[in-house]
Write a protein that binds this ligand. Structure first.
Ligand code: CA2
Length: 144
């Protein structure tokens, strides 16, 4: 059985490629999923790629990654990055390492995006490169 990477995506990322292309580009979430699957398979890893608009569902999926003994969790928590102590607590509670990922670079945007709660429970962060942020995170997860 190959080990599995959980790649979790938070609110509004289902809209990628349809709105705000000047910030998030024109790549759709389906295209990101396909590219991530290809990169993970190069490393001999399986992928669980998911998106939800609900904070508690992300918490449940972090727990599921722990129960499944996932190799790592790569998470773009989207707006919950900047608000969710629940996601931070879950990231700290689970055994698989958590890697934070962002399409944009929140540090160069509005002040309220400069805080990352989940970042306090993550082993690394890849940001500001669009789709390649995800691919760099997969390379880092494979090397763990
Ligand atoms: O840059 C990232 O990946 C973010 O996690 C994206 C979040 C934002 O709240 C974070 O600060 C940085 C927003 C995702 C919203 O995605 C949309 C996609 C298309 C159109 C509108 C929103």
């Amino acid at each position: 059985m190959p080990s599995t990477l959980f790649i979790l995506n938070g609110p509004n990322l289902n809209l990628l490629g349809t709105r705000e292309p000047e910030i998030y580009g024109t790549t759709t979430l389906a295209e990101i999923e396909a590219a991530c699957a290809g990169k993970a398979h190069e490393h001999g890893l399986a992928v669980e790629f998911r998106q939800t608009n609900h904070e508690g569902t992300l918490v449940d999926w972090l727990h599921e990654a722990h129960a499944a003994d996932a190799k790592a969790v790569i998470i773009n928590a989207a707006a919950y990055t900047h608000t969710s102590v629940a996601l931070l607590d879950a990231a700290k509670a689970i055994t698989p390492p958590v890697i934070e990922v962002h399409l944009s670079d929140p540090q160069t945007r509005e002040d309220f995006r400069h805080v990352s709660y989940i970042g306090e429970g993550a082993v690394a962060c890849f940001k500001g490169k669009g789709l390649p942020s995800y691919l760099d995170a997969i390379d880092a997860a494979a090397a763990l």
